[in-house]
Design a binder for this molecule. Sequence first.
Ligand SMILES: Cc1cc2nc3c(=O)[nH]c(=O)nc-3n(C[C@H](O)[C@H](O)[C@H](O)COP(=O)(O)OP(=O)(O)OC[C@H]3O[C@@H](n4cnc5c(N)ncnc54)[C@H](O)[C@@H]3O)c2cc1C
Length: 373
Amino acid sequence: MAFSYWESNEWLEDVDLLVVGGGIVGLSAAFRAREMHPEWRILVVEADPFGGGGSSRNAGFTCFGSATELMQDRKTLGDHAALELVRQRWNGLQKLRATFGDLALGHQASGSIELFPSFGQTTAPSPSELADLNSWIAPALGVPDAFANVPVQNFSQLAEEAGTTAVVSRLEGMLDTGKMNRAFRTRAYALGIDVLHGMRVHALRCESDNVSVTVGVGPDRQTEITARRVIVATNAFGRELLGKCDVQPAINHVLVTEPMDDFDFPHTVHMDAGYLYARPVGNRMLIGGGRHWGDDDSTTVKKLKDTLHALWPATKNAGISHQWTGVLGVGENRSPIVREVQPQVVAAVRLGGMGVAIGMEIGRLAAEKFTTN
Ligand SMILES: Cc1cc2nc3c(=O)[nH]c(=O)nc-3n(C[C@H](O)[C@H](O)[C@H](O)COP(=O)(O)OP(=O)(O)OC[C@H]3O[C@@H](n4cnc5c(N)ncnc54)[C@H](O)[C@@H]3O)c2cc1C
C-alpha cells in the first residue's frame, strides 16, 4: 500500500531536518533546531507509538551519578572527562526543569540515597573518599557537600539488611516518566515540529547535497524521501543505521509493586554503583536494573524481587502490578556519542543510564553541529 498524495505532500516532502528517534535526545534536537531555524520544516520519525526506547520506559531518576558510580567514572574516564559528564548531566537537568516546569514533569526534589546492603557488590566510601569526591564534584554542582554519610537507621521502612551507612545526595530527585514524555510531545507540536509515530527509518543514503531516506509503516508501506539533513537519535539502535559505531543494546528489567497501605518511602535509591535502583511511585515501590549480575531474564527478575523484599519488608505482601524491559545504549564508556558522521548526518546515540539528565544537552549539541543553513 503506497502513501497517498496527501500523506506525502503534507508530511514527507521538502524536509529541512529529519530526526530519527522521538526520545528525549531526538525531540530536544528538534527543539534546538527550531530555535535556530524558525523557517525549517522539521520532521521527527519514531518507530513506536509512545517512543519505545529508554525515554518512555525509564525509572524517572533525575540523577547525576551515585557516589560509587562516580568513583568508577573517575577511574575509567579520568577526573576531567568524568567531571565534564557530571556538568552535562547537571546542566541537562536544569534545562529539563526550566523548559517544562516541575508540575508538568511530576518532578519531586526527593534526594537520593545509596545503600550498601550485606548482599551488595559495593562498600560505603570512607569519610576521606567522600570528602575527596565532594571537592572534585563541587565545581560542577556549585555546592561543597553534594554527598554525605548518614546512618541507615534514619530511614523508615528499610530492613537491617540495608546495611549501616547510606550516602545521601540531596540534589537528586525523581519525575513521572509518562508526564515527561507527554510534555516533550506537547512542546514539539506547539513548536510546529511534525512527529510521526509508528514509522521506521530503514536506510539512509547520502547524496551530493541531501540524504535519501527509506521510511515505512510495516513491510508493505515504504517510500523514499529526501531530507536536507538528518540527526540519528536512535540510542541503543544506532548501529542499525550508522553501521560501525560503539553502541550496544543492554536490557534493563523494571518491576512496580501494587499500592501498599501506610507505605511512605520518600527517596530514590542507588545500589551496586548504579546497576541497581529503586524508588517510590506514590505508595508503590519500583525496582530495576540488575544487568551486572549477568543472569538470564527470569533469574534477574527473581533477584530484583528478592532484593525488594529484603530491603523493604512491606513489599513482601504486595504483588507486582507492572513489569517491563527497556533498552539502554551502552559502550566502552559512559560518554554519549555526538558526531557528524557524514556532511549532512549527525549521530547522537549511546545515552547509557542517565539520559533523562543529559538528554537535552546531547540534543542541543546535535542540532548545533549543523553550522550552515
Ligand atoms: C529501564 C531503564 C531505566 C532507566 N532509568 C533512567 C533514570 O532513572 N534516569 C535517567 O536519567 N535515565 C534512565 N534511563 C536511561 C534513559 O532513559 C535513556 O538514556 C534516554 O531515555 C535515552 O534517550 P534517547 O532519546 O537517546 O533514546 P531513546 O529514548 O532510546 O529513543 C530512541 C528512539 O529511537 C526509536 N528508533 C530506533 N530505531 C528507529 C528507526 N530505525 N526508525 C525510527 N525510530 C527508531 C526508538 O523507538 C526509540 O524511541 C533508563 C533507561 C532504561 C532502559
